[in-house]
Design a protein around this ligand. Structure first.
Ligand code: UDX
Ligand code: UDX
Ligand code: ADP
Length: 485
């Protein structure tokens, strides 16, 4: 049976929409994929040689399909009008004002996208929720679409994306699972099958899970909450390890060997960051509160509180070790992105650590292989939305940021004449730095505070550094100068 070419349109050309659609286009040569966005510079970048996001393997995928069956466009309405399947992958930040401020998801972009879809559609469509949204958003979107539909049928699906930044392409090529939620009606089931057919081009059938709408929506929030909880659990242990002389790496290894627990995602760190974990947990907390479940809300809130504690504990450790003052001391910051292999700085722990050190009047010299200077300046000038968690950091004025922060082109420039080095992102290149050279060019005593446990602490101690590693037995120096958290 001859079928016309399926057309997919994705609204939102960001970290999720861009890579996901590029991989669908690569794996489904018979499907035309158009990614649209209201941001002209974003679309221009997607059509250029310098893509707007850094993601290993992405350039290659885009090069193979762009202009063939993958297109990037700002003509949002035209392409939505033509599509059979519309993915919505717009941003859903945390609300900063009004009801639920600081916790609830801001669905402004989602709602305007839904109204636009209803406006321009002249044929039946499947509308796929791709960005993480609160449970029951699909239902709300369905209402907007059907109440404005002029006789057109819309089927709503929830198809949350589980890719992690830095490994997006790998994750998309070999997903642990693809999750599709839809209505239990015949129309809903038909829509689920249509989306399943897209993924079936490369994902084994057994890895495609179908559920009802709400289960799919909640599963995404739950998965991110569980993952963040693992990190807060190991980070909480890291504080206890430092206090007792245990080694968190050994503890995590021993714990992870239990097949019921598993070895992955147990690296102690200066704290988790990224656009998802905190946002999704805040959202989960808000949903629990709205549903009369304060105990459940309280339980998940602790995951964020421990994360904030871990960041301020790190700052306190730095300051305490350096005679309780970093005022006017040069402190090198190696790594600013929220994890390696991305240029993304959303919610990066580096922002809170840097602001903490700047609050004590340190002079920061920052190096990250993928984050540009203007991004760092913006991140450190921005006021952080204050919800009910205890990290009360003052916003910095842009002038004080300019005076206190410089950005270096490499790790050697950043560390020259510095009193201390803080490693905040686990970039591979930091493992192979010439630390003898760095030591020789630093003030003495020279400190390394490894927030990601990437350097060989014993080798650094042989060179002469005083070394702090998260969750590892403390040097005598650090024991003598206990941090007050
Ligand atoms: C996460 C989820 O992994 C992904 O499934 C979801 O779709 C989006 O949110 P992402 O935020 O891109 O992905 O990266 P992830 O690898 O999960 O790391 C999040 C943060 O946790 C980073 O700051 C990372 O450094 C930190 N982390 C991760 C740790 O501190 N320790 C670990 O063991 C793992
Ligand atoms: C536990 C640990 O599993 C074991 O490694 C340790 O040595 C001793 O403590 P045990 O208490 O004997 O073993 O049984 P376990 O299977 O862990 O169950 C503990 C409780 O958790 C039970 O009440 C069980 O019903 C409950 N449970 C377990 C759940 O409610 N849900 C689950 O998914 C698993
Ligand atoms: P994510 O990490 O979830 O992909 P991003 O912020 O990277 O989030 O991307 C979301 C994209 O959605 C942005 O590029 C933004 O310009 C785009 N966007 C938001 N609202 C609309 C809209 N109504 N129509 C088209 N694009 C939109």
């Amino acid at each position: 049976e001859e079928r016309k070419m399926v057309k997919i349109c994705c609204i939102g050309a960001g970290y999720v929409g861009g890579p996901t659609m590029a991989v669908i286009a690569l794996k489904c040569p018979t499907i035309e994929v158009v990614v649209v966005d209201i941001s002209v510079p974003r679309i221009t970048a997607w059509n250029s040689d310098t893509l707007p996001i850094y993601e290993p393997g992405l350039d290659d995928v885009v090069k193979q399909c762009r202009g063939k069956n993958l297109f990037f466009s700002t003509e949002v309405e035209k392409h939505v009008h033509e599509a059979d399947i519309v993915f919505v992958s717009v941003n859903t930040p945390t609300k900063t004002r009004g009801l639920g401020a600081g916790k609830a998801a801001d669905l402004t972009y989602w709602e305007s996208a839904a109204r636009m879809i209803a406006d321009v559609s002249k044929s039946d469509k499947i509308v796929v929720e791709k960005s993480t949204v609160p449970v029951k958003t699909a239902e709300a979107i369905e209402k907007i679409l059907t109440h404005n539909s002029k006789g057109i049928t819309f089927q709503i699906l929830s198809n949350p994306e589980f890719l992690a930044e830095g490994t997006a392409i790998e994750d998309l090529f070999k997903p642990d699972r693809v999750l599709i939620g839809g209505r239990e009606t015949p129309g809903g089931q038909k829509a689920i099958q249509a989306l399943k057919d897209v993924y079936a081009h490369w994902v084994p059938e057994g890895n495609i899970i179908t559920t009802n709408l709400w289960s799919a929506e909640l599963s995404k929030l739950a998965a991110n909450a569980f993952l963040a909880q693992r990190i807060s659990s190991v980070n909480a242990m890291s504080a206890l390890c430092e206090a007792t002389g245990a080694n968190v790496t050994q503890v995590a290894y021993a714990v992870g060997k239990d097949s019921r627990i598993g070895p992955k995602f147990l690296n102690a760190s200066v704290g988790f960051g990224g656009s998802c974990f905190q946002k999704d947990i805040l959202n989960l907390v808000y949903i629990c509160e709205c549903n009369g479940l304060p105990e459940v809300a309280e339980y998940w809130k602790q995951v964020i509180k421990i994360n904030d504690y871990q960041k301020s504990r790190f700052v306190n450790r730095v300051v305490a070790s350096m005679f309780n003052t970093v005022s006017n001391k040069k402190v090198a910051i190696l790594g600013f992105a929220f994890k390696k292999d991305t240029g993304d700085t959303r919610e990066t722990p580096a922002i809170d650590v840097c602001k903490g050190l700047m609050g004590d009047n340190a002079k920061l010299s920052i190096y990250d292989p993928q984050v540009q200077e203007d991004q760092i300046q913006r991140d450190l000038s921005m006021k952080k939305f204050d919800w009910d968690h205890p990290l009360h950091l003052q916003p910095m004025s842009p002038t004080s940021v300019k005076q206190q922060v410089s950005v270096s082109m490499d790790a050697y420039g950043a560390t020259k004449d510095a009193h201390a080095v803080c490693i905040l992102t686990e970039w591979d290149e930091f493992k192979t730095l010439d630390f003898q050279k760095i030591y020789d060019n630093m003030q003495k005593p020279a400190f390394v505070f490894d927030g990601r446990n990437v350097v060989n602490a014993d080798k650094l101690r042989e060179i002469g550094f005083i070394v702090y590693s998260i969750g590892k037995p403390l040097d005598a120096w650090l024991k003598d100068m206990p941090a007050v958290a």
